[in-house]
Design a binder for this molecule. Structure first.
Ligand code: NAD
Length: 483
């Protein structure tokens, strides 16, 4: 499948780009060109923000519509996404190497989120009247925050767009989205779905470009809020720009989560193999919340190492579009170099290579592949145990007892995801509660749209999903009434 476009989607309409620069995208598996689209220039960002501002400020426009009308558009948007979903999954899989079977799960969130927030905004009262302490009544109103700049990474591009788009539209905001250049083709399919759903003029723009364009958008004078998902380094730069402007910002950043295997965990691969794979290696390790530090009780260390060795060796590596593939290539040549560098570093620092190692998988001579790798006999101070690798590389670290496991899990700059594996629900809950992280799964992991998702420490600020995700796109205003 190839996707080529000559127009940009600005203010919910196809428009002529202001520059002739283009972004060319290659397949992560074949390295062949699979499409090209216009690259937005600062002038296109100016146009996108201006039209978003006008649409937002219109007294009879989107932000002032009855919420049920916006909910109807979101429901239609969900239908239009669903009718294009196979095309979208294929585009994502080709671009970033996400196995197609995993794309059908990880990139299926957008219609779920659109319907979830449509439902929530239908039910949410626009205002609440409270008895005052000093005044007769205080009326607390919820208003949309304004023009949103949304910056998204390449690893799960559609779902990470929808975590911002769906609540922002439900709240009544207008939005300018900057996708990553690595995964820009699927953004054009999203634009087609938006247009077919009848998203009104000005409400949605998509400006493809790199980090300089992102920085330009973040600091644009007419933006009211920034929502960023990406690396911790990128997040710090965005936060600094927003601090100077006193502009609200939410940050979903990197992770180095722990998969804590308690000594009573069931390690029967038939029962837990699939969920352990999903929680530690999904999308070729290119997911922020994965538990890439496997913490194993010293008494069962070898058993845990064997379990993860089996999980890795039984996962077919290959073309991301092959239905049987469970581990595909890295998203780009740069990402492959980065991950390969970490594998070399682990070997250099003396970790034992149980599976994988340096070089490319046997029989594969093109595409941005690395060997899925399992390291053992290392401690939590090793570079590969501390830094986010963002590839199919796991480290198994031994611990002495539950308190020691919690100590090691929390000895990290990050705090985003993680799991606890145990056959005792109350013991697992106690350990999960003690882990310093925004989210933890027990015997499995998947972010749930109903519950807030986000990080602590260097993993970010703010929450997406749930009613909290909607609140991030709303302002509260209190009106004090006397007499
Ligand atoms: P990245 O930070 O390089 O880029 C992310 C996006 O931000 C891209 O669109 C990029 O162009 C833009 N960008 C980068 N620097 C910017 C700046 N200074 N100003 C404005 N825009 C800027 O990250 P990446 O390599 O594309 O994505 C992988 C990272 O994203 C990993 O660290 C991963 O953990 C993180 N991530 C976090 C979550 C989460 O929910 N916490 C989810 C997915 C990915």
């Amino acid at each position: 499948m190839t996707i080529d476009h000559s127009s940009l989607f600005i203010g919910s309409q196809w428009t002529t780009p202001s520059s002739s620069e283009r972004i060319t995208v290659r397949s992560a598996t074949t390295e062949q060109i699979i499409g090209s689209v216009p690259e937005a220039a600062p002038a296109d960002v100016d146009a996108a923000v201006a039209t978003a501002r006008r649409a937002f400020d219109d007294p009879r426009g989107w932000s002032n519509w009855d919420p049920s009308r916006r909910a109807e558009i979101l429901d239609r948007f969900a239908d239009e996404y669903t009718s294009r979903s196979e095309e979208i999954f294929t585009a994502v899989s080709q671009q970033n190497g996400m196995p197609i079977s995993i794309a059908r799960q990880l990139e299926a969130f957008p219609p779920v989120l659109m319907r979830y927030y449509a439902d929530l905004i239908r039910k949410q009262p626009a205002e609440e009247v409270r008895d005052g302490v000093f005044v007769t009544t205080a009326t607390v109103q919820r208003r949309p925050v304004g023009v949103v700049a949304a910056i998204v990474p390449w690893n799960v591009p559609q779902t990470l767009t929808a975590t911002k788009l769906a609540p922002a539209l439900a709240a009544g905001c207008t939005i300018v989205i900057k996708p990553s250049p690595e995964t820009v083709l699927d953004a054009f399919l999203l634009a087609e779905a938006a247009q077919a759903a009848g998203v009104p003029d000005g409400v949605l723009s998509i400006v493809p470009g790199g980090r300089d364009l992102g920085a330009y958008l973040v600091s644009h004078k007419d933006v009211d809020k920034v929502a960023f998902t990406g690396s911790t380094g990128g997040g710090r730069a965005v936060a600094q720009a927003c601090a100077t402007l006193l502009r609200p910002v939410s940050l979903e950043l990197g992770g180095k989560s722990a998969a804590i295997v308690l000594d009573d965990a069931d390690l029967d691969l038939q029962k837990v193999g699939q969920s352990m794979f999903a929680a530690t290696l999904a999308n070729n390790g290119q997911v922020c919340f994965l538990g890439t530090r496997v913490l194993a009780p010293r008494t069962r260390y070898d058993e845990v190492v064997d379990t993860f060795a089996n999980i890795i060796t039984s996962a077919p590596v290959g073309d991301s579009l092959d239905a049987d593939t469970l581990i595909g290539p890295m998203a780009s040549a740069t990402q492959r170099e980065r991950v390969s560098g970490y594998i070399e570093r682990g070997i250099h620092d003396g970790a034992r290579v149980v599976v994988g190692g340096s070089g490319t998988p046997e029989g594969i001579d093109r595409g941005w592949f690395v060997k899925p790798t399992l390291f053992a006999d290392l401690d939590n101070n090793a570079v590969v145990a501390r830094e986010e690798i963002f590839g199919p590389v796991l480290s198994v670290i031994a611990y002495d007892n539950d308190d020691d496991a919690i100590r090691i899990a929390n000895d990290s700059d990050y705090g985003l995801g993680g799991t606890v594996w145990s056959s005792d629900p109350s013991r697992a809950m106690a350990v999960a509660g003690a882990v310093e992280s925004g989210t933890v799964g027990i015997n499995g992991y998947i972010p749930d749209p109903a519950a807030p998702f986000g990080g602590v420490k260097a993993s970010g600020i703010g929450r997406e999903f749930g009613p909290e995700g909607l609140a991030a796109y709303q302002q509260l205003k209190s009106i004090y009434q006397f007499g």
